[in-house]
Write a protein that binds this ligand. Sequence first.
Ligand code: SF4
Length: 402
Amino acid sequence: MSGETFGRRDLLKRAAAVGAGVALSGGTANAAEALKIAQAANTIPRKKLGATGQDVPILLLGCSQKFDPVYDKVLHRSFDEGMNYIDTAQAYAGGQSHKTIAPFLEQVGRKNVWVTSKIMLNGKTCKPEMYSARVEDTVLRDLKTNYLDMFFMHSIDDLRQLGPEFIQMGDGLKKSGKIKYFGFSCHQGNVVELMNKAAELGAGAIDAIQFRYNFSMYGDTELNKAIDACKKAGIGLIAMKTQASVPQDSEKVKTFQSKSFTLPQAKLKAVWADDRIDAAVSEMTNVQMIKENGDAAKSATTLSMDEFHQLNRYAAQTASHRCNGCSHLCEAHAGGAKIAETLRYLMYAECYGKVGRARELYAALSEEDRAFGRVDFARAGQACPQKIDLSRRLADAKMLLA
Ligand code: SF4
């Protein structure tokens, strides 16, 4: 490692030692002061994660990507920038994510990194013990660690997963020392319902939620109420899918004009402008992206009114290419077919070039999930607030992913 690397890490350690002083809220320092401290240390600002009392970077590395188990530049560079938080899942990188992150944890020291992992199970059939068994048998083993800082039930879509037996499971894992905090991630149609239920349960039962949130959702009243309720309950809120990506042709509909930020940076700044959000996950797959997003996080410049207006216009102009995951609306007329999930996989392929992963996910859907012939396109299209051409987009998905 270079001397410069040691220098940056030293600054990070100093920033961490300041603790609450580096946190953007919930500590003693105000936001401007905390940002100044972070800038002096040239590291990503930090913020308290709900009522956990833990401060985490406001920019988190999404790990749905393949890492080099020998020495991974993305992992090390993001760590050097101050992102000492790993957001992984058992399903990521074809099931190899944990194994390829384990050497990195050893290289930088396990205690210097916050590790969140997730397990995805069928919401209708899963049992609490399936989660706890996998945490113990697979996740900890593959990551070569004794504990997770946070465990999320991954991409849940059923309220029963917030029932007492699941909450007890989370509590049991915490008591055993296998995890420190417990929560869930969600981006399907019932995000609002799940968040409202979590708010009722309160922090302690659910410590944090990772959910789909971006600049195109500011006008969603029900989602805003659910965010308010969770915030009031002390639940940490982590935004994901912050780029609300659409295929390239639609990206060209409007060229974002700003002296301060690129479009991806502006989308992140828009999320951080919402002080209810504690952190944003971003899948940065190369050093350039880490630098670009890191610069946005460290910048004291906020989005101007004009830049917000541009994002609003951009959201409206690209709406018919962006599925917001409100599956309860279109899938009420879909005869069991999974429209939202299919469009999400299409987005992975079209926007992120993850064709292989998208095909794997599509192949894992059941025949019934892919029975698009049963969709009443007229009624489903009518129900879609984004006015997506469902017939065309599902045909695109079939062609690209089948
Ligand atoms: S297709 Fe439309 S209604 Fe269905 S989940 Fe996507 S945005 Fe919502």
